[in-house]
Design a protein around this ligand. Sequence first.
Ligand code: PBG
Length: 331
Amino acid sequence: MSNSLATPDFRFRRLRRTTALRELVRETHLRMTDFILPIFVEEGISEPVAIKSMPDVFRYPEAQLAAVVQRAWDKGVRAIILFGVSTHKDEIGSDTFAKDGLLARMIRIAKTAQPDMLVISDNCFCEYTTHGHCGVLHKIIGDKQNDVDNDATLKNLQKQVVLAAQAGADMIAPSGMMDGMISAIRQALDIAGFTHIPIMSYSTKFASAFYGPFRDAVDSTFKGTRNTYQMDPANAREALAESLQDEAEGADILMVKPGLAYLDVLAEIRAHSSRPLAVYQVSGEYAMIKAGAAAGVIDEKAIVLETMIAFKRAGANLIITYYAEKLADWV
Ligand code: PBG
C-alpha cells in the first residue's frame, strides 16, 4: 500500500500511551536491596565532620557508628561498607591488622548495633599509612621508590582480611588493586576457617579524578598518584581482563569503580561474567549532582533515579552509593 505519509513498519509508541502500559513493559527496576551505603568513621573526632563538597555525607566519630547503622537500617538500608580514617598511621598500615585497631572495632560495633545488617569491610591501607598509598612501599631506592610493593602488600592484606572476618565482617571487599589479591585473600580466609565469607573485589578500579572530593575529605596528606596500581581510564580491554582475572581467582562479586563514566565497561563485564556485578558511584559523581541541584540547574531526585537505572541497565546488580539512605524516600 503506497502512502505519501509513510508510517514506520512498527509503532513503538503503542506501548508508551499510558503510565500503566509503560510500567508493564519497563525492563529495569530499582529496589532498596540493590544499594550499599558507604560509612566513614574517623578517629579523634567527637562530632560528625561534614564533607564540604558532599552535602549530607559525614565522617562520624566511632561513638556514633552504632546509631548511624541503626538509622540506616530503619530507613531500609540492608548493606553497608565501612571506611576507617585512622590517626594510628605508620609505614605499612599495621593498624588494619591489629586486634583492636579501627578496622576491627568498626566491624564489631556495626554488627553489634544491627546483626542483620550486611557489613562489608573495605580492605585497603591508604587511610592507615603515613604515605597514603594502598600498600607497603618498596625498600629499594631508585625507580621503584614510592611505588607499592605488590607481594609484600598481599601478606599484610591476608592478615587484615582474617582479622576483619574474625571481627564479624559478612563480606571482604579489597580495593587496593594489587595483582593476585583475590587468590591471596581466598587462601588466607579458607585457612583461617572462613570458607563461607564472600569476596567482593574492586576488580576494575580506575585511577580517576572522580575521587577528588573523597581525597579532599580524608586524604589531604596524600600527594602522589595511584597510577601504578589503579587502571588507566583509557583501557577497556584491560578492564575486562582485570575483572575476569579476579573471577578466575575466586571473587564472588566483581565491581567497576567509578560508575557513570564507565557504563561501557560495566556492560562488557556483564556480558562476559556470570558473577554478580557491583558499581561504585563515587564522591565526584555525588558531588556533581549535589552541586547541580544546589545551583538549580537539575532535578536531583530525577537525575539520581535516572543514574541508578542507567547503572542497572548497563549490567550492575548492586550499587554502592552515598544516596543509599535517601533512595528509601524515592524508590
Ligand atoms: C582508596 C579509596 C578510594 C576511594 C575510597 N577508598 C579511591 C582513591 O582514593 O583512590 C574513593 C571513594 C569515593 O571517591 O567515593 N582505597
